[in-house]
Design a protein around this ligand. Structure first.
Ligand code: ISL
Length: 560
């Protein structure tokens, strides 16, 4: 068989540049700030950095709305600084992957400006323009071409009086969707990707890449609880030509290249079966995808409607993904990113057992088969923001939801409670470097408030502590690098129905590891058939009692 791909024992670190480190004193993180902290990444031992978008953008959705795909936004620094960053990473043996946002552009992208200018613009067909619904006056309420709801509230269509038609945007009106049916659109995207690879980057994280192929009929979706809006996802999630487009992209961008690249697709709503098609190496589409099943288990009717996580549900879900991508395909492993609340607050205990629960979740994630992703701040156990007032929030999704929910008569405190739990801003507060002013992120007031716990939770304090989250992550990264069993071994879930014990085995040849996690703040008896092995790594200072797991205790045991 072929040698395993280089990324099978790699660990990726995600940087959200505006919240990482501010080197210019304007309160916003930037490339210079990343350069100042390269040794932090090298010491953690990661192999790849994924940068959230730094290209020119009006920043309506924090850079996920790009207006010039080949330029660094001034707020993040200069072209030279970008090249220095790339060089600094490469010197440390770290690869760099860029965010590729090509389901949509910014509405300020020149191609969209031309497209919207007239019905006969040569670029008209690069976006989705449609007439009003038959029988309605263009622009009047209910006249949208279909009933799709946008992810960030309201209709997915915006009326353009200039030409009396509507354009499609699955996200905000400032993020019009590109029409991938148009071969010119695809050719432009591939040329741009090649341009970045020629500049030296090592691959891409592809934003909502499974949304790029839409059913051109754009049919109405089933109406949701609002009674107005419909769910268009059956017509754009893994749409009719998705595999054709990804195979074409692979051919046109990576086909003639011999370097070591990484592609990871963000694929909300993807099933295991679809993920297998995306990541089966023989199909030449993507190396791996981010799936969303495990981060949807604590949601009810919508994202802000909380329900408690059932551990058996999580085990069932992860097990299905581990088994489904065992022979072919590959998993990416994550609990955090810039869109998700912090795992230690979400599924752990961010007070008394912050260290223990942060390292427990790290263990359960990192000992699986797949490529783990660490989101900035996760490696020191950063918590949710703890915002109590709406004017602390910045995220367009959160602000739109707040306005819409109040308008619908929802109780203000309940809405704020939903945001406190689930807002994307929980992940976007400034990186906490020190106990000093503004957490060492900036010399001035940052663009978004620092979480109040920074005097206790910060890189400097954590790294000096006897029990350091950073130190523990470092061990997990080292294990993956050193052990074929960790990177390539088979996964076997144990005790699937247990409400608080998470147990699994990894096996490769005659080697075997047992992973045990107590997902609770109470002591837990170890089932007698699992009282085995010698401790490889654990999150308590001593091996403890083999019959008993302490609160949020995690153990990795050699049972070869
Ligand atoms: O966080 C979400 C909203 O509840 C997700 O649905 C998110 O919108 C989805 O995962 C797509 O995310 C990506 O594309 C968005 C951007 O806002 C996110 O930051 C990005 O990760 C539009 O580009």
């Amino acid at each position: 068989p072929n040698d395993p791909a280089w990324w099978t024992n790699a660990v990726v670190y995600q940087i959200y540049p505006r919240s990482f480190a501010d080197s210019t004193g304007d309160g916003v993180g930037d490339i210079g700030g990343i350069i100042e902290h390269l040794d932090h990444l090298a010491e953690l031992g990661v192999d790849v950095v994924w940068l959230s978008p730094i290209q020119q953008s009006p920043q309506f959705d924090n850079g996920y709305d790009i207006s010039d795909y080949r330029r660094i936004d001034e707020m993040f620094g200069t072209e030279e600084q970008f090249d220095l960053l790339l060089q600094g990473l490469h010197e440390r043996g770290i690869r760099l992957i860029m965010d590729l946002v090509v389901n949509h552009t910014s509405n300020e992208y020149p191609g969209f400006q031309s497209s919207r200018s007239s019905r006969t613009s040569p670029k008209r067909d690069r976006y989705w323009w449609r007439d009003a619904r038959p029988g309605f006056e263009p622009g009047e309420p209910g006249a949208e071409p279909n009933n799709w709801r946008s992810f960030f509230g309201g209709s997915a269509w915006t009326f353009e009086p200039l030409t009396s038609q509507y354009y499609l945007h699955l996200f905000t009106p400032q993020q019009p969707d590109l029409n991938w049916e148009n071969p010119r659109v695809r050719a432009k995207v591939y040329a741009m990707m090649n341009w970045w690879l020629d500049r030296g980057v090592d691959g891409f994280r592809m934003d909502v890449i499974n949304f790029i192929s839409k059913d051109p009929a754009l049919p109405d979706g089933v109406v949701d609880s609002s009674g107005i809006w419909g769910d268009g996802s059956p017509y754009f999630v893994s749409g009719p030509r998705i595999h054709e487009f990804l195979q074409e992209m692979h051919r046109e961008v990576f086909g003639g290249r011999s370097g070591q690249y990484l592609t990871v697709g963000e694929t909300p709503g993807a099933t295991v079966e679809q993920a297998l098609l995306f990541t089966d190496a023989q199909r030449r589409e993507l190396d791996m995808v981010f799936q969303f099943e495990h981060v949807s288990l604590d949601q009810g009717a919508g994202k802000f409607d909380h329900r408690p996580l059932s551990l058996p549900d999580l085990k069932t879900s992860w097990n299905r993904w581990q088994r489904g991508l065992a022979e072919k395909g590959w998993n990416s492993l994550y609990l955090n990113n810039h869109d998700q609340p912090r795992v230690v607050s979400r599924f752990g205990d961010d007070q008394q057992y912050r260290y223990e629960s942060a390292t427990l979740w790290a263990t359960l994630l990192h000992l699986q088969r797949g490529t783990p992703y660490i989101y900035q701040g996760e490696e020191i156990g950063m918590t949710n923001a703890g915002f109590t007032s709406i004017d602390q929030y910045r995220d367009v999704e959160s602000l739109n939801y707040f306005a819409e929910a109040l308008e619908q008569g929802m109780d203000r405190e309940r809405v704020l409670e939903g945001l406190r739990r689930m807002s994307r801003d929980n992940a976007r507060t400034p990186m906490q470097w020190t106990a000093g002013e503004h957490a060492g992120f900036s010399e001035v007031e940052p663009w978004i408030p620092v979480a109040a716990n920074y005097p206790a939770v910060n890189v400097e304090t954590d790294r000096a502590a006897e029990q350091s989250v950073f130190g523990y992550y470092r061990e997990l990264v080292r294990l993956r690098h050193e052990s074929d069993l960790v990177s390539l071994g088979d996964f076997h879930l144990l005790d699937p129905g247990h409400p608080t014990l998470f147990a699994y085995k990894r096996t490769l040849g005659d080697q075997a590891l047992l992973v045990l996690g107590n997902v609770s703040g109470a002591e837990l008896g170890v089932p007698s058939d699992l009282e085995a092995g010698s401790l490889v790594l654990g999150n308590y200072p001593d091996a403890g009692d083999r019959h008993l797991l302490r609160p949020w205790e995690a153990r990795i045991l050699d049972i070869s």
